[in-house]
Design a binder for this molecule. Sequence first.
Ligand SMILES: [Zn+2]
Length: 189
Amino acid sequence: MRAGFPDFRLGTVLATSFTGTLSERHGDAVERIPTPQRLVDWLALNGLAVDSCTTAQLELARELRESIHAAATAAAIQDALPASAVQVINDRSAQGRAAAVLTAEGKRRWRLSSASCVEDALSVIAADAISIIAGERDGRLALCASPSCQAAFFDTSQSRTRRWCDMNTCGNREKKARFKANQHKNFSG
Ligand SMILES: [Zn+2]
């Protein structure tokens, strides 16, 4: 991790890990990809390594991120998908040329058309978002119960009752807040 920049939250679902690079959207928002280099770092950690990234490519990435967030949020509350968000997701999906390749160890890897092609990486993320929003994968889209977060996340738990986008951050904070509120009640009552 590079010093001075907020850490990444690493989830298991590519599209919602990506939307998680902006957190606390309803509080003090934290931008986790503030520079093109941080997007390069994030992509490398998610199996989509690129050599470099321009400011324009970072802008494309953020536009895709907010479009996925908007569409996933609408899907989670069974609202109509915002047309502009759908357009951006589809454009990014169509404008990349990433190929899935199988390794000798039986793992899937993404091969980008060139090492500087952030657009290829974004197309993989857009396609991942499409599969979730379209209900093609086993799980349920839900919104984080933390009022300052409300991030859309993909619940793959057996019971489909997960409440927080991330147990280590939002989940813990809620637990602590509840504990404090209870203590206060005990002292004042
Ligand atoms: Zn959350």
